[in-house]
Design a protein around this ligand. Structure first.
Ligand SMILES: [Zn+2]
Ligand SMILES: [Zn+2]
Length: 118
């Protein structure tokens, strides 16, 4: 008869902590202008359907330093020759803070073109 021994555990001690993958904060939000449910990818700061945003950033996109939470109205868009991306100019409807953000993926092109033409 064989004597069954449980194999020795090669790593009885847990090694440190598992390194976490870098994570962006993904925020989903409901557009305050058109009601579209925006699924955030970590960079999303405005609604791709109507391009309205929310006043959450103060100086840098993503800093979330503002607690205004007013609706940001897209005023104009400018095509940047460096990367052929639109920069959207916003004005907060609540505090009139002005802010520029880069276009997001899936932004409505027609609205972008319209903003750029004005
Ligand atoms: Zn919207
Ligand atoms: Zn504001």
């Amino acid at each position: 008869m064989k004597n069954f021994k449980s194999p020795p555990n090669p790593s009885s001690k847990k090694r440190g902590e598992i390194k976490k993958n870098f994570m962006r904060i993904k925020e989903n939000f409901v557009c305050g202008n058109c009601g579209f449910e925006v699924v955030g990818d970590g960079y999303t700061d405005h609604c791709p359907k109507c391009l309205w945003g929310k006043h959450v950033d103060e100086e840098i996109p993503g800093d979330r330093a503002s607690d205004c939470r007013g609706l940001m109205e897209p005023m104009a868009a400018k095509l940047q020759s460096a990367n052929f991306k639109y920069k959207i100019e916003y004005k907060c409807t609540k505090c009139r803070h002005r802010f520029n953000v880069r276009e997001g993926e899936g932004d409505d092109r027609e609205i972008l073109f319209k903003l750029a033409a004005e």
